[in-house]
Design a protein around this ligand. Structure first.
Ligand code: ADP
Ligand code: MG
Length: 308
């Protein structure tokens, strides 16, 4: 773990509590509708399609945007009022993370550390070196950021987000655009962070959540559709997901008749997953539910069994 002497805090477990949070943009789009969430220390996945309201929620938690209604509590802090207190313990990686292309990573990180209030130069050097090591960028520290790959830029984004030893870390769609190797390295980095902080990760990629998060929420059209532990949620769907390879021409009629939660082309024919309490017959076979089934069940608003 990354520890320095400059900011030893008592590491009580933190919790983020969001109550009745709503936001309507001036153009009339209601981006958040009465959002309620309890987010404990650890990795929390906020899963939803594009336009669901993820970035709006994350910018609001990150004190960068006002809500119309509601409250956010982080430990003892009232997030919407005590903004500067929150910023001291916040690490935020926005969805669009711009870097100055002509500046070497090490120099920019040092500069950002000054802005974060690490004014002692010896201490700052220690912090910067440690973060470059932690994010595997040490050997590339003299390189200009413009020459970094997507994965390296995202890791630099995490390095800057970690400058103040944050207790609340918000990363907005960090794996979009990364290749599988870069994505893996990035995931490993995130997992370590969840040990001492509330880490909120937004994504539209179901697998990101399955692999990383102990708790999750699904959001769509500004509404939280479900919250829970990914594994328990999967259990609650066990025995209720059925699959069948069908003819393309029959796809529509299956959609009329059943709760089709997904259809995927597999070697030229659609394979559908349906949600059904009992064996529907007709050649359907039972299949292990996956997180994608959970996701699409909620996004398409099918009746989903709730965990007991
Ligand atoms: P996500 O991050 O899940 O893709 P966003 O929070 O970016 O969702 O957007 C939620 C909704 O709010 C979308 O319909 C989007 O078009 C709209 N929206 C986002 N930002 C603004 C803004 N600054 N002004 C007006 N509408 C916005
Ligand atoms: Mg977004």
């Amino acid at each position: 773990m990354f520890h320095t002497t400059y900011n030893l805090q008592t590491l009580n477990p933190m919790q983020l509590t969001i109550q009745n949070l709503s936001k309507t943009y001036p153009n009339g789009v209601q981006a958040l509708k009465n959002v309620n969430l309890e987010i404990p220390t650890g990795m929390f996945g906020l899963l939803g399609p594009n336009g669901a309201g993820k970035s709006t929620l994350m910018r609001t938690i990150a004190t960068l945007q006002e809500a119309d209604e509601g409250s956010i509590q982080l430990g003892e802090l009232d997030v919407l009022r005590q903004k500067s207190e929150v910023r001291k313990i916040l690490g935020y990686l926005p969805q669009e993370f711009g870097v100055y292309p002509k500046v070497p990573a090490e120099i920019l990180l040092d500069h950002l550390a000054v802005l974060k209030g690490i004014t002692n130069s010896r201490e700052r050097k220690e912090v910067v070196q440690a973060l470059l090591h932690k994010t595997n960028l040490y050997q590339h520290r003299k390189k200009n950021l413009g020459g970094y790959s997507g994965g390296m830029k995202q890791r630099f984004g995490i390095a800057q987000a970690l400058l103040a030893n944050p207790r609340l870390i918000i990363v907005d769609e960090p794996t979009a655009g990364l290749d599988p190797g870069e994505r893996n390295r990035f995931h490993n980095l995130l997992v370590e962070l969840g040990e001492n902080a509330v880490v909120i990760l937004s994504t539209h990629i179901v697998d990101d959540v399955k692999e990383l998060c102990t708790a999750m929420a699904i959001i769509n059209h500004g509404e939280i559709l479900m919250t829970g532990n990914p594994i328990e949620t999967l259990k609650s769907m066990e025995g209720k997901v059925w699959k069948k390879k069908v003819n393309k021409a029959d796809l529509e009629s299956y959609k009329q008749k059943y709760n089709v939660i997904s259809d995927k082309m597999i070697s030229g024919s659609p394979v559908i997953h349906i949600l059904n309490e009992n064996d529907p017959g007709e050649g359907f076979i039972s299949t292990e539910p996956n997180l994608e089934d959970v996701y699409f069940s909620h996004i398409f608003n099918h009746k989903v069994p709730q965990p007991a």
